[in-house]
Design a protein around this ligand. Structure first.
Ligand SMILES: [Zn+2]
Length: 100
């Protein structure tokens, strides 16, 4: 199986942690509004902390349909994700790993 993005088959079934996709999608937007650091390190740290406190939500869907589904279902988790991202941002802000 090739990982070359130009060869991705939209009809191929893929498994993803839907919650992870939502967090990746929402984290930069939410954190920008809370004034948290959004450098790559903090973004990853905050996402990891938040995801450890959110239930995983594995879904299998065709690659080409995944993002349609993502857009449709995302709002169901928004409140929980925002709450966990805010908590995670506070935790990471106390021990940031960025170089300042
Ligand atoms: Zn940072």
């Amino acid at each position: 199986m090739s990982s070359d993005k130009t060869n991705l088959n939209p009809n191929e079934y893929v498994m993803n942690n839907y919650m992870e996709l939502c967090v990746a999608e929402l984290a930069p937007k939410i954190l920008a509004t809370t004034g948290a650091c959004t450098c790559d390190n903090c973004l990853l740290d905050i996402s990891a902390v938040a995801l450890n406190n959110l239930p995983p939500k594995y879904v299998v869907s065709k690659r080409g349909e995944l993002f349609t589904r993502l857009a449709m279902l995302q709002h169901q988790f928004d409140v929980d994700i925002v709450a966990q991202l805010s908590k995670a941002a506070e935790i990471v802000a106390k021990k940031p790993r960025h170089d300042v």
